[in-house]
Design a protein. Structure first.
Length: 173
């Protein structure tokens, strides 16, 4: 029969990577050029139907600024899923994403479904993630048991898809 699943999901990543923009695109179908930097964290919920289940995502959109780092465990603790977001035009944001992956591997729920989002895919011409690009992110994700997608909150590319892929991977209790 059809199952109802509640899933706590957290977004982590550098300030400006586009966490809030991805959530706004997924939940409201909107994009704003001048999205304000998140303070603390923001909560949203959205329901998605997959083949055999209806998944209600309870989404914590965390603040990327360093001064909020100590709050992050409150949001990822007990989370069923995480999306770690970096900006494909910003190498430092990819390095930071890897740190988040390490922190989740060390402290997070061991069954957590983890996704890596290389956001701002609409800015491919600005790709500055020098010498690494798409392929290195794919390899990194595979080695670390994450799944990876390039996304664009601006054009909506792969935004619903990444949530859908997470929904499919959640354990069916
Ligand atoms: P913090 O809340 O500070 O941690 O940042 P954030 O990760 O939530 O980033 P946010 O969503 O606020 O986006 C930062 C800026 O990047 C905003 O001006 C967005 O308009 C822009 N932006 C976000 N996603 C995209 C995208 O896919 N493409 C482009 N071109 N711009 C984007
Ligand atoms: Mg934000």
């Amino acid at each position: 029969g059809n199952k109802n699943i509640n899933a706590k999901l957290v977004l982590l990543g550098d300030p400006g990577a586009g966490k809030s923009s991805l959530v706004l695109r997924f939940v409201k179908g909107q994009f704003v050029e001048f999205q304000e930097s998140t303070i603390g964290a923001a909560f949203f919920s959205q329901t998605l139907a997959v083949n055999d289940a209806t998944v209600k995502f309870e989404i914590w959109d965390t603040a990327g600024q360093e001064r909020y780092h100590s709050l992050a465990p409150m949001y990822y603790r007990g989370a069923a899923a995480a999306i770690i977001v970096y900006d494909i035009t910003n190498q430092a944001s990819f390095d930071r994403a890897k740190k988040w992956v390490q922190e989740l591997q060390a402290q997070g729920n061991p069954n957590m479904v983890m996704a890596l989002a290389g956001n701002k895919a609409d800015l491919l011409d600005d790709r500055k993630v020098a010498g690494f690009g798409l392929q290195e992110a794919q390899v990194y994700a595979q080695e670390n048991g994450l799944f990876f997608m390039e996304t664009s909150a601006k054009t909506a590319t792969n935004v619903n898809d990444i949530f859908y892929e997470i929904a499919k991977r959640l354990p069916r209790v």
